[in-house]
Design a protein around this ligand. Structure first.
Ligand SMILES: [Zn+2]
Length: 479
């Protein structure tokens, strides 16, 4: 990026309820944690909206020249049907329904989720970590809290005592007095305060709990919230830049994550909290535990491809609710198709050029301003449409801008998702292939035939066909 074009990146921080200029702890590297899926079922499209928002955030960080270290957890330990440590174990429930072991259930839905991310062209986290593989880190964190006097042990379970943490509820701006006075249904009688939460269970309410580990408090399993604190601190350090999730995580899950993390370390944990709004369906928030939900595959079967869904999501700001309806999706589909057709038209006549440096510079600057204004995708899309419609530049210049802007949108505007679906089916790593194709191209330019042949052979072993044309190297998945 040109220095003169630089504009500050501003992000809305839920913690302060303000847009703030983003300043990472380390100047060149952004540390990012996003809460992952509980893998007892498919992700519904409301969940996926959150992952699309987080993907856009990551792309905007890249565009601003940052490296990003991104960690996401996989909740493969049964947590309870409500966030408040009550209800039934979701994993056990699904396992019973599907007559599989809990481990099989978790494995199956983890794969399905990763496939959804691929189909949506979401850049994978650097670390996608199963909670079940981080039990020692969680135990260590609970011990730290215990040593500092933040916990109590009752009826077989270890609880976090929120009265010991004066900043409790700050993120959600909870009115603690009101909450203390308010009666709650099904309060766990062992709790000193209804908002205390379990760090470690040894007394399972569920008889056929299969997932249990040894711990200083007895054989059992961790509470849900502790996994995100333990995993993020293990991979990103005790303080990091951005933590994301859906807005439903604010009052309980993220509130509890902050309490236990900051109590353990005695310092501020996360600098920027970002939350994606709900997808509304039939006037309600889409929710897995309520049973009725739409998946990406279901939409696909109805003729709406993953890219159409991605385009639909980008049409609203991530902090606005979106009402989902098939009519709205149909509109997104026709816009996306128009966009793609227009781009194909430009691509097929790419030689036509009309340089206009001033225009290109201004439009790039406009684009950067929009994306750096708390990820304003609807307005960034408007800038893209402006590029397509203008007669101030030629097709060559338009094409270059489209390719550049699509680094943010991730809509496969120029490559098409036919390729991506083939890739998803065969589980091919596109980034690696693109890298190899580029290296091979560079080797050919240097006339280093040994290297270029070696890379070609490697690609063939990966099931990738490459073809050299006058316009560059084309690759595709072998039929
Ligand atoms: Zn989390």
């Amino acid at each position: 990026m040109n220095e003169t074009e630089k504009t500050e990146l501003k992000l809305y921080n839920t913690y302060t309820r303000q847009k703030e200029v983003f300043v990472p702890i380390r100047p060149d590297l952004v540390t990012l944690y996003t809460c992952g899926l509980t893998v007892y079922n498919y992700a519904h499209i409301g969940n996926l909206r959150t992952y699309i928002f987080e993907d856009v955030l990551k792309r905007v960080l890249f565009y601003n020249g940052y490296k990003v270290k991104h960690v996401m957890n996989i909740t493969d330990i049964g947590h309870l049907t409500s966030d408040a440590d009550e209800g039934e174990d979701k994993m056990v429930l699904s396992a019973k329904k599907e007559k599989k072991t809990v481990w099989e259930i978790a494995e199956y839905y983890t794969k399905a989720f990763e496939n959804d991310l691929k189909k949506l062209n979401i850049i994978f986290p650097d670390y996608h970590i199963k909670a079940s593989e981080q039990i020692p880190q969680m135990i260590k964190l609970i011990q730290r809290l215990e040593e500092k006097g933040y916990t109590y042990f009752r009826n077989g379970n270890v609880y976090f005592d929120i009265s010991k943490f004066p900043n409790y509820g700050k993120l959600a701006r909870l009115d603690m007095d009101k909450l203390r006075a308010g009666a709650r249904v099904a309060v766990d009688k062992s709790k000193k305060n209804p908002l205390d939460f379990v760090l470690w269970f040894t007394k399972s309410k569920f008889e056929d709990q299969e997932m249990k580990w040894d711990s200083p408090w007895g054989k059992g399993y961790p509470g849900w919230h502790i996994e995100c604190s333990a995993i993020s601190m293990h991979y990103l350090g005790e303080q990091f830049d951005i933590h994301c999730g859906g807005i439903d995580h604010i009052p309980v899950h993220h509130t509890n994550e902050i309490a236990q993390s900051e109590a353990a370390t005695g310092k501020k944990w996360v600098n920027y909290w970002m939350h994606g709004e709900f997808l509304i369906f039939n006037r309600e928030k889409m929710s897995k535990s309520k049973g009725e939900f739409l998946t990406l595959d279901l939409l696909n079967k109805k003729g709406y491809s993953p890219m159409v869904y991605r385009y639909f999501c980008l049409g609203a700001h991530y902090r606005q609710q979106i009402s989902f309806s098939y009519e709205a999706l149909e509109t997104a589909k026709s816009s996306y198709n128009r966009l793609r057709n227009k781009i194909m038209e430009i691509k097929s006549n790419k030689e036509q050029s009309k340089p206009n440096e001033e225009f290109v510079k201004t439009i790039k600057h406009n684009f950067l301003e929009r994306i750096n204004d708390d990820l304003n995708m609807p307005e960034a899309l408007a800038v893209l449409w402006k590029v397509l419609r203008t007669d101030k530049i030629g097709n060559k210049e338009k094409y270059d801008l489209i390719v550049e802007f699509d680094k943010i949108f991730g809509l496969l505007l120029e490559r098409g998702e036919e390729l991506l679906s083939a890739v998803a089916k065969q589980k091919v790593d596109t980034e690696l292939i693109e890298k190899l194709v580029k290296e091979r191209y560079e080797a050919r330019e240097r006339k280093d035939w040994t290297k270029s042949d070696k890379i070609r052979e490697r690609l063939i072993r990966m099931g990738i066909e490459v073809r050299d044309t006058s316009k560059g190297t084309i690759w595709k998945v072998k039929e």
